[in-house]
Ligand binder design. Structure first.
Ligand SMILES: [Zn+2]
Length: 171
């Protein structure tokens, strides 16, 4: 069972201590992500390692998963999309961002204070991981439409009202 994670964390301190955060955060606790979702049931699960790179800069690396209910852009029905993404962040100051080279594959973030909201950090990563367009591989309603158009060729056979018209002719 995954445990609930702390609300507030000190990323630099966690990195100094090489700490591992593994657990879940309820999507309902987030404030901006729900605007992109059809409902906020479920949790984001993270497995993040806070450590330092060879230059002593704090890093966050690991995996994140979250089953999300998003709107299909084609049929406008809710669909389940599982976010499954790797996270590789390096915590830099504004000055470092301007002057230092980023390690390959890392994204730089800056912290506004020593202590930050873990929920917000996870939420930011989830928002970044959201696809621009979400669509069913096969929309349920399109399947229905397709089935209907296939039937059109056989309308006479399959339409129960045709039986009635035959009866009328026989009269
Ligand atoms: Zn769809």
């Amino acid at each position: 069972m995954l445990k609930d994670l702390p609300t507030l964390i000190e990323p630099k301190q966690l990195a100094l201590e090489t700490r591992h955060l593994k657990g879940k955060i309820a999507l309902a606790q987030m404030t901006r992500l729900p605007g992109n979702l059809c409902d906020v049931q479920g949790d984001a699960q993270i497995d993040w390692l806070f450590a330092q790179d060879e230059k002593g800069r704090p890093t966050i690396q690991g995996d994140m998963q979250a089953p999300l209910s998003v709107l299909c852009q084609r049929c406008l029905q809710p669909m389940r999309w599982v976010c499954n993404t790797k996270v590789a962040l390096i915590i830099l100051t504004d000055e470092q961002i301007e002057n230092e080279k980023l390690p390959v594959g890392y994204e730089a973030i800056t912290l506004t204070s020593t202590q930050v909201s873990l929920i917000r950090l996870v939420e930011d990563e989830l928002i970044l991981a959201l696809p621009i367009v979400t669509m069913h591989k096969k929309c349920p309603s399109n399947e229905f439409q397709l089935a209907e158009s296939l039937l059109e060729n056989n309308t006479y056979k399959n339409n129960p009202f045709n039986v009635l018209s035959e009866l009328k002719i026989k009269k």
